[in-house]
Design a protein around this ligand. Structure first.
Ligand code: ATP
Ligand code: ZN
Length: 287
């Protein structure tokens, strides 16, 4: 009997590719030689990997050709397929925004009335226009949308933006965001029990990787008479570890600090008498 494998669709090449492969690797999933192939598999995890254009991924997952996939929310919502989002992955962040020629004054969605809008996202733009009660002409183009106003093809664009530099170079300015987007893990809605179990194993690993990125391991030296004040600043996973140093009167304190409170904590620890503070990245974190 052949072993059941979870089939994942990821982008063949482009902005999602590197981070998708990196995520799988960080989850300890080794892929067989991935160069120039349509699909590959892992030798140490029951997974088969399909390399596709990102636009095709929602359809493949809806049809069950792939069980799960990694795709941007922008593409997912534009394609409007029946799949489930299982996890936000935190990379490939961007937004779908309206941009107008730099010398124009945009005073809200009413500005778009009667305008020609170039975009690769007709569904999402249409949804936005309907919600705002605006009538405009959508020109669907598949690439280099930002040049459309310059060549007279459209008045404004609705395009993906991360830094805004591409818009700037084309004489445009971003005026309104229609959608905030990041990469997400999606799944087919009719997966069987065996595949769900493999998916849960993957999700457990993803969550450990994500947690480890939000936390740092901190080691510091503390004079014993300041230990109470120092420990009060540190939650740790249960409570901090305290070990005696060779030098009498001193201890080494180990703990985990969340990135949201990182600098506040470090300052408070210094003020409380901590010395020789070391901050170390965490590779995996299982709580
Ligand atoms: P494919 O050949 O797979 O169709 P593509 O050209 O459509 O590739 P990419 O440019 O590689 O797609 O972008 C893939 C995804 O990366 C986008 O759909 C979006 O989710 C994300 N992304 C993040 N930042 C940006 C950005 N500044 N511009 C475009 N996409 C971005
Ligand atoms: Zn694409």
């Amino acid at each position: 009997m052949s072993q059941v494998k979870l089939k994942i669709a990821i982008q063949k090449s482009g902005r999602l590719y590197d981070d998708s492969i990196k995520l799988l690797n960080e989850c300890g999933i080794e892929l067989r030689n991935v160069k120039d192939r349509l699909k590959t598999e892992s030798d140490n995890f029951p997974m088969e990997i399909f390399f596709l254009r990102d636009d095709d991924i929602p359809q493949y997952v809806e049809d069950g050709v792939a069980d799960i996939g990694i795709v941007g929310e922008n593409v997912l919502f534009e394609k409007n397929k029946k799949v489930e989002i299982v996890e936000k992955l935190g990379f490939s962040k961007c937004r779908l925004s309206i941009a107008v020629p730099r010398n124009e004054t945009y005073d809200g969605p009413a500005y778009l009335q009667g305008k020609r809008i170039a975009t690769s996202y007709p569904f999402l733009v249409n949804q936005f226009l309907e919600k705002e009660g605006i009538q405009a002409e959508i020109h669907e183009i598949s690439g280099s949308v930002e040049i459309a106003p310059g060549i007279g093809l459209a008045d404004v664009v609705a395009d993906l933006v991360s830094s805004g530099s591409t818009l700037f170079m084309n004489g445009l300015k971003e005026v309104a965001a229609i959608l905030q987007s990041q990469a997400v893990l999606i799944r087919n809605s009719g997966m069987d029990e065996v595949k769900l179990q493999i998916l849960n194993k993957l999700l457990f690993r993803i969550s450990a990787v994500k947690k480890s990125k939000r936390n740092k391991y901190v080691l510091l030296n503390a004079p014993n008479d300041r230990l109470d004040q120092i420990i009060a600043q540190l939650p740790g996973m249960k409570s901090p570890t305290v070990l005696p140093l060779a030098e009498t009167g001193w201890s080494s304190v180990h703990s985990v600090i969340n990135e949201d409170e990182f600098w506040d904590k470090i300052e408070a620890l210094k003020a409380a008498g901590a010395q020789g503070i070391l901050v170390v990245p965490i590779e995996k974190m299982i709580v």
